[in-house]
Design a protein around this ligand. Structure first.
Ligand code: GUN
Length: 279
């Protein structure tokens, strides 16, 4: 039986640590404040935003909610971001993605001051990660590193295969694993011999976006498998990019969906907010 990497438990530990840290700050008269912006009413985004606000409330982070109408213009959104950039009482700014089609997402991401970029999406944050300087880390990859470390899974020297090359998960994940001294392969939709490459992984990180794509044929006996995907099946059940039932009997450790990587993303967002106070 594989060891189940419990993201719910580990994210709770992190949130409790952050709660203590925030209480210490409060005693010294320092508040932590996160501005959360949502444009429009995408149902999935609304759930994420609500979860983020609830996590803030639990930890003792003040959240400022900006729920803007779908018709908000690029200029209006940029104006708000510029205002929040210049407010000393705001530590972090999060603009929930995706944005409506008429808004240039790239320009918005670039507009957020790197010192308040708690999502870690700004090119300066991405560049800092690339060259090993201090900057905010993207939350999902940073959460995966915490899952591995807090489960006592050795990263150094191991062959890690990351499937996916997005700016939000795949690319920063590869950089973080490299920083932890893993040997890293990045595979993607155009990779030839994907199965053979995945079978060489000591640590396999699946961020493909296809339900149950990774079967037992893709894993080495005893590997560690991290599943970044989340999909709603017919009948409403959630599943990941990994076919859990087929893979679990062959591996040494695996994350479930739900309750694996998902809760870690919010915990690391909270960590970025609290740590931003000392920057
Ligand atoms: N949309 C989906 N995931 C994320 C995230 O981590 N941050 C933001 N801002 N938007 C998202």
């Amino acid at each position: 039986m594989a060891y189940l990497i419990d993201g719910k438990k580990i994210s709770q530990e992190i949130k409790d640590e952050l709660k203590e840290k925030t209480a210490e700050y409060e005693k010294k008269g320092t508040n932590v404040t996160l501005a959360v912006i949502q444009v429009g009413e995408d149902p999935a985004s609304s759930v994420y935003v609500r979860n983020k606000k609830n996590a803030c409330a639990y930890i003792g982070i003040h959240s400022l909610a900006y729920e803007l109408p779908q018709e908000t213009t690029q200029e209006e959104l940029l104006d708000l971001i510029h205002q929040l950039n210049s407010r000393e009482d705001v530590n972090g700014i999060l603009c929930q993605l995706p944005l409506p089609k008429h808004i240039d997402e790239k320009e918005i991401i670039h507009a957020i001051a790197p010192a308040k970029d708690v999502d870690g999406f700004h090119p300066q944050s991405a560049g800092a990660l690339m060259i090993g300087e201090n900057g905010f880390l993207p939350c999902t990859p940073a959460g995966i590193i915490q899952l591995l470390k807090r489960s006592d899974i050795k990263i150094e020297g191991k062959h890690c295969v990351v499937i996916g090359r997005s700016n939000i998960v795949g690319k920063p994940m590869a950089m973080l694993m490299l920083r932890e001294n893993a040997t890293v392969t990045v595979a993607h939709s155009k990779t030839e011999n994907l199965k053979e490459i995945c079978r060489q992984a000591d640590i396999l990180i699946a961020a493909i976006g296809k339900p149950k794509y990774i079967t037992d044929e893709y894993v080495k006996e005893g590997a560690v498998v991290i599943d970044v995907g989340i999909h709603r099946m017919e009948g409403k059940k959630l599943c990941g990019d990994v076919d859990f039932e087929k893979v679990e009997p062959h591996v040494s450790a695996i994350t479930p969906v739900p309750g694996g990587v998902g809760p870690m993303t919010i915990a690391m967002l909270m960590s970025n907010c609290v740590n931003s106070v000392d920057l």
